[in-house]
Design a protein. Sequence first.
Length: 76
Amino acid sequence: MTEGLVRLQGAVLPHSEVFALDYRTNLIAGQHTDSGDYDFEMAASPGDNISFWYVHETVESPSNDFVVKLPEATSP
């Protein structure tokens, strides 16, 4: 996670639109994916509540909600 950004990546059904909503800022980010693989960044801060979902043709997935956390520090 780059400071001020969170990266979302994974896979959904091909030819879908993926969306993420930050409840703190009310900003939505997203991406169209032909292959089903998605990889995009959105502005967010630790503690922000994010809702993620996708739309395939006329069907909308249930949302998946999560809280942005800082990555664990790694030991040298």
